[in-house]
Design a protein around this ligand. Structure first.
Ligand SMILES: Cc1cc2nc3c(=O)[nH]c(=O)nc-3n(C[C@H](O)[C@H](O)[C@H](O)COP(=O)(O)O)c2cc1C
Length: 217
């Protein structure tokens, strides 16, 4: 990365603040696209991108950035990008195993069986544990989603906008508004995005000192 690019990149990280007061601003579609594109470029577990992003412009109109089932979309992309047939078959196999691993089954029965299998496997080899219960799956998905959210906020910052991540919102009403199912979807974060108001007085930013935050082993 060129020195100037790294400087701009670090600036976006260090200058980003959770802004609480915005001036009215229109965000042009090309800027919106860049911000959302940066969000979807975040890394995700098994590249599953287990999230959807909703860009809500006004209370009355919203634009949903939706995707087909990720593995199907990735397969279609591999075909149009002329990946070798062996690679496509390999990905199909991995996606199938992923679907089986992630399926909790009725009353969580499959999850319990898989947990027992992984427990035994763990006795003689070191292995990770896939997210088996619904709760674990939400937690798993929230990690990848959070990275996309951070990408989104940093991209907005780099493009001269400000953001505020929020979990203080009415989950039930917002889910209803977006047409989400409480059983299958979790809203990880709401991010306000716009231009910081001139009237907004930014409080000093506090962080724990580096040596209290990091342990070097
Ligand atoms: C997961 C998460 C949830 C947050 N929820 C809210 C919120 O509901 N309302 C709010 O005003 N700020 C919220 N914030 C912003 C934090 O208060 C803010 O990031 C923190 O105080 C540090 O300030 P800074 O980001 O300006 O450095 C949230 C931040 C995160 C990461």
């Amino acid at each position: 990365m060129a020195a100037e690019t790294s400087e701009h990149f670090l600036q976006a990280i260090f200058q980003r603040r959770a802004v609480k007061l915005f001036d009215p601003v229109e965000i042009p579609p090309c800027i919106r696209e860049q911000i959302l594109d940066a969000a979807r470029h975040a890394p995700s577990s098994f590249n599953t991108q287990p999230y959807k992003l909703y860009w809500v412009e006004t209370a009355a109109s919203k634009t949903a950035v939706s995707m087909p089932a990720t593995s199907q979309a990735q397969l279609a992309w591999m075909r149009t990008s002329r990946f070798p047939e062996a690679k496509i078959r390999g990905y199909q196999r991995t996606a199938k195993i992923g679907r089986i691993l992630f399926m909790p089954g009725p009353f969580g029965i499959f999850a319990a069986v898989k947990r027992a299998l992984f427990w035994f496997l763990n006795l003689w080899m070191t292995s990770g544990m896939p997210p088996l219960s619904r709760h674990e799956q939400f937690k798993w998905a929230a990690k990848s989603t959070s990275l996309a959210c951070q990408n989104l906020m940093l991209a907005a910052q780099a493009l001269g906008l400000n953001t505020c991540p929020m979990e203080g919102f009415d989950h039930r009403r917002l889910s209803q508004y977006l047409g989400l199912s409480a059983r299958y979807h979790e809203i990880v974060l709401v991010i306000a995005i716009g231009r910081k108001s001139h009237a907004y007085v930014e409080p000093p930013q506090w962080r724990r000192p580096l040596d209290a935050t990091v342990t070097v082993l």
